[in-house]
Every structure is written in structure tokens, then in C-alpha cells.
Design a protein. Sequence first.
Length: 114
Amino acid sequence: MNNQQNEIELLKEEMEEMRARLNRIEGFLSSFEAGPATLPILDDRFGEALELLKDQEKITASELQRRLDIGFTKAARIIDQLEFVEFISPPGSPTKPREVYKDKIRDYLEEISR
């Protein structure tokens, strides 16, 4: 393969990954249309959490609680929602911070701002 074909293949792979991410997000958001029996509505501070996390490497519920000045239960709920849409890693252990997938968050924020 020549360089141009390699580049085209890489772009195709990237587009497929982006489509998969968007499908997960759309699926997540559409699941709220089914009502509260399936999932709770996104927390009203979810967007603020995304803005905060787009430049973070790691996060804990306690840190989110302090940075957003909210209760721990609310912070934990937002953490669960962020994990569900794969913006942060699953818990490794109760005492370790979660990895923030800031590229995914930035892509999402860029996409919804269009």
C-alpha cells in the first residue's frame, strides 16, 4: 500500500471509532426516553462536570464534590453516569481515582456545540 492508501485506511478506522462513540452516546441519551424505570435523568450538573473533566487526568467522587460544591451522593451519581457513557474508567478500587478519557469528553463537547 502506498502512503495515500494507508492514510485513507487510518481515516476510515477513525471514523468508525467516532461512529461507535456517537452511537453509544445516542443510545445512552435515548434510554432516558423510556422513563425512570430504566435510568435516571442526567444530573443537572452533568454538563458542568464534563467541562471540569475535559482537562483532568483523574477524578474521584470526593474531588468532584469539592470542585462542584455539591453533596457526595450527587457527585457519586454523576461519576456513575460518566462511567456509563465511558467518559471515565470503571473503578479499580474504592480508594483509587478514576481515569478521565478527556479526548472522548472533548470530542463530545465539540460535537454538541456544533
